[in-house]
Ligand binder design. Structure first.
Ligand code: 13P
Length: 250
């Protein structure tokens, strides 16, 4: 049985004081929920603080990215050792905004995942097609290419622990969420591809989140799909009130 995992990706939002206000309120609001894994991904500068505030709570703290070297002359980058040292629970790798604006490729995503695995940091890997690709009818081709490139030659046992976020790029921040059936079909295709790559047992273990304009009004419907095991939420996760409503609606 795969446990539902709902995570909030704050992107470049929420200052230190907003992070504090959020966590104080959110912690109270979700404290009795134990059937859903819950996480937030604040900005790097607020991660250690968020982690400290979330101690003794059921809220996981997630980094939004990570570099693929341990240390060195890489100005502006964040090392896995830094994340380990503050006991970060997960790291998001390969978000479409990283691929689109910051030049990340399947090769650099693969290197990051390898590095995270080396340090036993759990990974949320984001994949998804662009609008043009959906319109051309090549969604599955794109998803397969990303999975094969991103997860190339990885250790099977570690892949079982990975979380994959299916985020169609056209549904991110647009208010245009994917039809439930389309999201389920894409997540089912992802699971089938994982089966081809790593075998049935691993494919059944991997949790697949849907991301793209998830809100309180549609979270339950997505979560009730066979192959959707959670959500990666942007806009609706920025305020404690709206994020807890979205989780409680499931
Ligand atoms: P929105 O929920 O704002 O569409 O963002 C989704 C996302 O990109 C989460 O990583």
């Amino acid at each position: 049985m795969r446990k539902i995992f709902i995570a909030g990706n704050w992107k470049m939002n929420n200052t230190l004081s907003e992070t504090k206000t959020f966590i104080e309120e959110f912690k109270q609001s979700v404290k009795s929920i134990d059937n859903i894994e819950i996480g937030i991904a604040p900005s790097f500068v607020n991660l250690a603080y968020a982690k400290a505030l979330c101690q003794d709570s059921n809220i996981k703290v997630i980094a939004q990215n990570m570099y693929f070297e341990d240390n060195g002359a890489y100005t502006g980058e964040i090392s896995p050792l830094m994340l380990k040292d503050i006991n970060i629970d997960y790291v998001i790798i390969g978000h479409s905004e990283r691929r689109q604006y910051f030049g990340e490729t399947e090769e650099t995503v693969n290197k990051r995942i390898r590095k995270a695995f080396e340090h036993n940091i759990k990974v949320i890997l984001c994949i998804g097609e662009k609008l043009q690709e959906r319109e051309q009818g090549i969604t599955n081709i794109v998803l397969e290419k990303q999975l094969k490139g991103d997860l190339k030659e990885l250790d099977n046992n570690k892949v079982a622990e990975i979380v994959i976020a299916y985020e169609p790029v056209w549904a991110i921040g647009t208010g245009k969420s994917a039809k439930t059936e389309d999201a389920q079909n894409a997540c089912n295709f992802i699971r089938k591809t994982l089966k081809d790559m790593f075998g049935e047992e691993i494919a059944q273990k991997v949790r697949i989140q849907y991301g793209g304009s998830v809100k309180a009004e549609n979270s339950k419907e997505y979560m009730s799909q066979t192959d959707i095991d959670g959500a990666l939420v942007g806009g609706a996760s920025l305020k404690a009130d709206s994020f807890s409503k979205l989780i409680k609606a499931v």
